[in-house]
Design a protein around this ligand. Structure first.
Ligand code: ARG
Length: 457
């Protein structure tokens, strides 16, 4: 096997070591970016006086052909191809002859791989952004369709206060807005060009790095060649962002799993998004949601793995850095499955308002009862205590809060008057919370508009 770097070696690489060292198996995904980066570099070498324009054109056209072979699956890999960079250069030289050997002037696979990887990730960020946006649209559509549908709200998974379906489903929308922000910010940090850093000490040829950045769609160039080849912060940033997206999907999944259970029965999953049991004929399982919840752990694992790989590394390139790609690819692939599935699941979800209504029990209005006393001039702390006594009274009698007579209520506090019955109403409870972010029809409409206005169209 002939290696790019074989000159100083008296004998070939042990077969197992070659296998161990090679990254082609996974970095073949960087093919398109490797071709684009090399074409830009060839043009840069013209500016630096290394290549004539004619030579650069030959290289550019040759790389186009290599790219075509790779894209249509006709590319013949050689057992000696260590990674995508060596494979592309080897094939180019086969095609265009000796001029192909000039391409790597002033460049190293160290700045090359960092460039390819960043370029790939910039594209991946755009894809994740679009998938997230689609999921956000699905959440908004669900909210809009049942904006004011009352359902119990929970803290500690115990009945707390009434909310609405629109309010609840939008509580899973806003986290994704923050994810979009994180994604945009990390993409910006990714769009810094390392090409021109050489192996570690910069390039000895006067290549215009700003022109390279422009040609490849980078917003800035790296300022230190040692940092340029070793910086993988952008990869960790992506994995943290992906972890947060996974975590948000996991929480939504968890809650939908609960809501689809027989005990809650608030929603019914579409058959297309559920699976059955091989043994129990009646079963309809929320496997898609469980997998989404489960896969969030895998994304976090990728983040922890990469950070652990990076933490002990000196600046400049070390082969450990080759371990950066698989966790990113895996996280991206995982999101590429889960995000569209979640959007589809939401778009086909059936709500069961009658089951939600069954759970809208009077204790959800206990806070409203305390607020009523506050409006009669009772300090809240005292009102809270008094209503606690009312709840206890109802419990002792074995009746609902709403079934206590005015006389019963007045036995606890004389501040209870005729108007108290108006409190026992879910709609007025919802509408009473009119501040931004609350449950009133007006506040919910405003929230919906706000949600629509932040979704990138
Ligand atoms: N396959 C390598 C990687 O992914 C490319 C860089 C190799 N550089 C080197 N000095 N061996 O990191």
């Amino acid at each position: 096997m002939s290696k790019l770097w074989g000159g100083r070696f008296a004998k070939g690489t042990d077969a197992l070591v070659h296998e161990f060292n090679a990254s082609l198996r996974f970095d073949v995904r960087l093919a398109e970016q490797d071709i684009a980066g090399s074409q830009a570099w060839a043009q840069g070498l013209v500016g630096a006086g290394v290549l004539t324009q004619e030579e650069a054109n030959i290289i550019r056209d040759g790389l186009d052909k290599v790219g075509e072979e790779l894209a249509n699956g006709r590319f013949q890999f050689d057992p000696a191809d260590e990674d995508i960079h060596t494979a592309v250069e080897r094939r180019l030289t086969e095609m265009v002859g000796a001029v192909g050997g000039k391409l790597h002037t002033g460049r190293s696979r160290n700045d090359q791989v960092a460039t390819d990887f960043r370029l790939w990730l910039m594209g991946a960020c755009d894809e994740v952004r679009d998938m997230l946006t689609d999921l956000q649209r699905a959440l908004i559509a669900s909210a809009e369709a049942n904006l004011n549908l009352p359902m119990p709200g929970y803290t500690h998974l115990q009945h707390a206060q009434p909310v609405t379906w629109g309010h609840w489903i939008l509580s899973h929308f806003w986290p994704l807005v923050r994810d979009q922000e994180r994604l945009a910010q990390m993409r910006q940090r990714t769009a810094v060009l390392p090409l021109g850093s050489g192996a570690l000490a910069g390039t000895a040829f006067p290549v215009d790095r700003h022109a390279l950045a422009d040609a490849l769609g980078f917003a800035a160039i790296s300022q230190n060649s040692l940092d340029g080849v070793s910086d993988r912060d952008f990869a960790a940033d992506f994995l943290y962002t992906a972890t947060m997206i996974g975590l948000h999907l996991s929480r939504l999944s968890e809650q939908l799993i609960l809501f689809s259970s027989s005990e809650f029965g608030f929603v019914r999953l579409d058959d297309g998004y559920s699976t059955g049991s091989s043994l129990m004929p009646q079963k309809k399982n929320p496997d898609t949601l469980e997998l989404t919840r489960g896969k969030s752990g895998r994304i976090l694992g990728n983040l922890v793995g990469l950070l652990t790989t990076l933490k002990g590394l000196p600046s400049s390139y070390d082969k450990d850095l080759q371990e950066d790609k698989e966790p990113i690819f895996d996280a991206f692939d995982t999101l590429s499955h889960t995000l569209p599935i979640m959007a589809g699941l939401l778009r086909t979800l059936t709500l069961r308002p009658e089951h939600m209504a069954q759970q809208l029990e009077p204790n959800l209005l206990a806070t409203d009862l305390a607020d009523y006393l506050v409006k009669q001039g009772v300090p809240f702390r005292q009102a809270h205590h008094l209503v606690g006594e009312v709840v206890q009274l109802a419990e002792n009698r074995g009746v609902a809060l709403t079934n206590l007579s005015l006389h019963d209520l007045q036995s606890v506090s004389e501040k209870f008057g005729e108007g108290v019955t108006a409190v026992f109403n879910i709609t007025s409870s919802l509408n009473g919370r009119n501040a931004t972010g609350g449950t009133s029809a007006e506040a919910l409409q405003k929230q919906l508009e706000a949600a629509k206005s932040v979704v990138v169209v």
